[in-house]
Design a protein around this ligand. Structure first.
Ligand code: CA
Length: 505
């Protein structure tokens, strides 16, 4: 392979090296440009001399200022860049240039399960919600027994999933921050893939009493099982199996029916990103996001700390000034949250991100927001809230993969798309997770974990458009149960981790 780099924007004075083995000093690119030192794959090369204090530009945006003189063709490492101050939240443009709606894409459907509340499911799951961690091992024991002995008699039900978590007691339940995990657990319980209904298992003495979840229909005695009411472990398990079988009978009557693409709620997320993420997988996801929005679907992107440094690109794109103000509110809330923990945005990125060529959170954020595509932003929801609008949504969550995934489940995504550069075997039990690699070397290393390789875009074997369309069709196939993701094939399902910004006692 001849030496190859990718420059994203004509204004950029750095580019990303494509070659898996990197380039050596003196390597000549097809356009005659020559490297002045060795630069590893996915790391930045200076395309022109950059003086100390000069802006380093990628994606047409300043990602930092050079901390020393950089010759043309040199390796622009993390320590060559300072961290610019974040965009001031008071100076942002509010809904000044929302893109006009693109032409609709009618006629696309998937085969899902229709719920009584109008939502659609991509899996048919018996959900068992817990109010407190104390009951989790008991519920896990019962779930293993239900799956082994009862579920085989109900072939139309895909799975039995317990919503277990570390919340529920030893917490200041009335503190303002407690609203987030409580709302999150409530909305997990009402997830479309549970048929918008659930069993609830409570201990009895915990802070998070079932009534605090304000679940509709919870007065029904057979829907809430309190361990402290029962005779012992075996009696509790028997009671759980009995309640589960009753619910399995109902779920087993459900069949997949054609649903319009507008019933898809696709949560997009990145994790273990590298410098390719922003030029291959994330723009391809953005292209698919635009197709989904044109087909009437909902696409939610999240990860506040990875949007914060690109927020000036998003507030003008909001459909209304109120949506822009809601986005600023979520950014401000997280700024305060980090300040309270005496952390700042330099706490992101990770060592792996840096190994993958991402120098700082500004560069990471500019690549991350590419997942949102180009549509107008219709709504901003706070942590664990369910959107009421369709189209492109910003659902506030932390960037942590498993917390973001949990929070997007609470926001009722029924499909998850996850991009990665360094690689992660991440998956969720409640919805299918499609994993997309930023580079082909990862897809080749992990052929039994990566569902789609966007690295072909970097080598010219595919385009953002072609991978975007592939993803659009893959989402419909997976949502219909016609194709299985690798995470579901192996049963790789991460623990649920509701975000808890409140005090623990
Ligand atoms: Ca993430």
């Amino acid at each position: 392979m001849e030496p190859l780099y990718i420059r994203v924007d004509p204004a950029d004075n750095v580019a990303i090296i494509v070659n898996p083995e990197g380039v050596a000093a003196g390597a000549e690119f097809p356009n005659g440009f020559v490297s002045s030192e060795a630069v590893p794959q996915s790391h930045k090369i200076a395309l022109a001399p950059i003086g100390v204090g000069d802006p380093v530009v990628r994606y047409g945006q300043v990602i930092g200022h050079a901390t020393r003189d950089l010759a043309a063709g040199s390796w622009v490492r993390e320590d060559c860049l300072d961290l610019p101050i974040p965009p001031a939240l008071a100076d942002l443009l509010l809904a000044t240039s929302p893109p006009p709606a693109a032409s609709p894409l009618p006629g696309y459907t998937f085969d899902g399960y229709r719920n009584a509340d109008g939502t659609a499911a991509t899996k048919n799951i018996l959900g068992i919600t817990t109010t407190v961690q104390c009951v989790a091992p008991t519920v896990d024991y019962a779930v293993r027994k239900i799956k082994a002995e009862i579920l085989p008699r109900y072939p139309n039900v895909d799975d039995v999933v317990a919503v277990t978590h570390s919340y529920g007691c030893g917490v200041a339940i009335d503190a303002p921050g407690a609203a987030v995990p409580i709302r999150t657990i409530r909305n997990l319980a009402l997830h479309p893939n549970f048929g918008a209904d659930t069993l609830v298992v409570s201990l009895g003495c915990e802070k998070l009493q079932p009534v605090r979840l304000t679940l509709p229909g919870l007065q029904m005695a057979d829907q809430v099982i309190r361990l402290q009411d029962n005779l012992g472990f075996a009696a509790t398990v028997a009671r759980l199996c009995e309640a589960a079988e009753k619910r399995l009978r109902v779920l087993n009557e459900r069949r997949r029916v054609p649903c319009p693409a507008s019933d898809l709620v696709v949560g997009v997320q990145c994790g273990g990103s590298d410098a390719f993420s922003g030029v291959t997988c994330n723009p391809a996801v953005g292209f698919a996001a635009d197709l989904l929005v044109r087909a009437g679907a909902t696409v939610m992107f999240s990860e506040v700390t990875e949007v914060r440094d690109a927020v000036h690109l998003l507030t003008p794109r909001c459909a209304t000034p109120d949506v822009a103000r809601a986005l600023i509110r979520e950014m401000a809330w997280y700024d305060d949250y980090l300040a309270l923990g005496r952390a700042d945005r330099s706490a992101n990125p990770t060592p792996g991100n840096k190994r993958g060529g991402l120098s700082n959170v500004v560069e990471k954020a500019l690549g991350s927001v590419a997942k949102s595509g180009t549509s107008a932003l219709r709504q901003v929801t706070t942590h664990g809230e369910v959107p009421t609008e369709r189209g492109l949504i910003f659902a506030a969550t932390p960037a942590s993969d498993f917390i973001c995934g949990t929070q997007q489940l609470a926001a009722h995504m029924n499909m998850h798309v996850f991009t990665t550069g360094e690689g992660t075997p991440y998956g969720l039990a409640m919805v299918p997770v499609i994993k997309i690699s930023s580079k082909t070397t990862l897809a080749e290393k992990w052929p039994d974990l990566i569902d789609l390789d966007a690295g072909r875009i970097a080598t010219g074997h595919a385009t953002i458009e072609s991978v975007g369309w592939e993803l659009f069709h893959l989402i419909r196939d997976v949502a219909s149960g016609r194709k299985k993701t690798w995470a579901d094939h192996w049963g790789l399902h991460n623990y649920l981790s509701p975000f808890n910004p409140g005090p623990v006692t």
